[in-house]
Ligand binder design. Structure first.
Ligand SMILES: [Ca+2]
Length: 381
């Protein structure tokens, strides 16, 4: 009789599936018996594993709930402190209590904040999506409908109508995506969050002041996850500094064409946009360009030089139809951001006007998309 021992399924000594001492006798009946035992053991093991997985799942859920509980508690502590601070900043107790009575932590807002297209879309995809044929068509149709008022605003503020249309098209797809978030909760969440707390805390205070002085009605405050409002997605500080009651009905209505276009024109003009001056040129860089000239951060454009200085680093300098003495800079938006992106491509020679769009929204790609769409309108209006 052939006899052998197996230790392949060696478990603990007390385990019902411990096969350490199972002796497999190679005789027909015994073999079947052993096989059945093995299947039984396997089932028990699988069951145990399943139970273990379920336990781990419930432990994780428990931990998340405890964390949320603490998170909410932390948020409420923060909110109470913020309320005291708001009153110290001169906002009436009544406004503070009423405006913040429904403020809550919105986990979704943090998710959006961490997953902005500026962080993961390459430049080409970003621009293409935001300046496609449909966008141009919709902008032209809005212009056709509101031609009279848009032309008046263009003339009064000396800002191209094409730029205003492009900004509105990219911000809210011409008023179609105004956002449905409770702005007060969005701003409170982002103020409570660590990433850009001081910026959003200030925005929330400004918003409360606007409500307190009856410039803004708190019940209409629904907008983007980041607290922006209206056709051109104004943040509270932008509303405070640049929004206009253009039609003089004593109400600033940023979801209406006249007030919103005039406010946008006033804003971009006041921060320094110059009509008919260039925004950017797409360029091909020579390999030898020193890396200090390659800007990839929207925070601050560095190493600005006259156009004639940069021409020696361009493959086709004759395509840049700008004043040789104009101040410019090179940006390579995909460098350092998109994995595997070439350092020198795509590259753009940018001007003062481009930086004004960055002031509007600090994103290299956003500013490129706005100017691209603006030029497309220019060819069609
Ligand atoms: Ca108005």
């Amino acid at each position: 009789m052939l006899v052998f021992k197996t230790s392949a399924f060696n478990r603990s000594a007390t385990s019902p599936c411990s096969l350490t001492n199972i002796t497999v006798y190679i005789s027909k009946n015994k073999k079947i018996q052993q096989f059945n035992n093995f299947i039984e053991c396997k089932k028990i093991l699988e069951y145990k594993l399943k139970m273990k997985k379920i336990s781990i799942f419930f432990i994780i859920i428990f931990i998340i709930n405890v964390q949320n509980l603490y998170g909410n508690n932390d948020f409420n502590v923060w909110l109470n402190n913020f309320k005291k601070n708001a009153v110290l900043n001169g906002i009436s107790q009544k406004t503070v209590d009423e405006a913040l009575s429904g403020a809550k932590f919105l986990a979704k807002v943090i998710e959006y904040d961490r997953y902005q297209p500026e962080f993961y879309e390459d430049t080409y995809t970003y621009i293409k999506k935001r300046s496609n044929r449909d966008k141009v068509r919709e902008g032209l149709s809005l212009y056709k409908k509101e031609k009279e008022i848009i032309n008046k605003i263009e003339k009064k503020f000396i800002v191209e109508k094409e730029l205003l249309l492009a900004l509105m098209g990219i911000e809210t797809n011409f008023g179609k995506y105004l956002g449905k978030m409770d702005i007060i909760s969005s701003l409170a969440t982002l103020s409570f969050d660590k990433r850009r707390s001081s910026f959003f805390t200030n925005e929330l205070l400004v918003l409360l002041k606007l409500i307190d002085s009856r410039i803004i009605e708190k019940d209409i405050l629904y907008g983007s996850w980041a607290g922006a409002f209206g056709n051109f997605q104004f943040m509270p500080s932008t509303i405070k500094n640049y929004a206009i009651d253009y039609n003089k009905n004593s109400d600033i209505e940023l979801k209406k064409i006249d007030d919103s276009f005039a406010s946008a024109a006033n804003y971009i003009k006041k921060i320094g946009w110059k009509k008919n001056e260039p925004c950017f040129y797409k360029v091909e860089l020579k390999e030898g360009i020193p890396s200090k000239y390659l800007n990839s951060s929207a925070r601050k454009i560095l190493n600005k030089k006259k156009v004639k200085f940069f021409k020696k680093y361009l493959k086709s300098p004759e395509k840049v139809n700008a004043n040789d003495n104009a101040i410019s800079a090179i940006i390579t938006p995909d460098k350092d951001i998109i994995p595997g992106a070439k350092n020198l491509r795509p590259a753009f020679l940018v001007f003062n006007n481009y930086e004004k769009i960055l002031k509007w929204n600090r994103s290299l790609r956003f500013a490129l998309a706005v100017c691209t769409l603006k030029d497309k309108f220019k060819n069609e209006i």
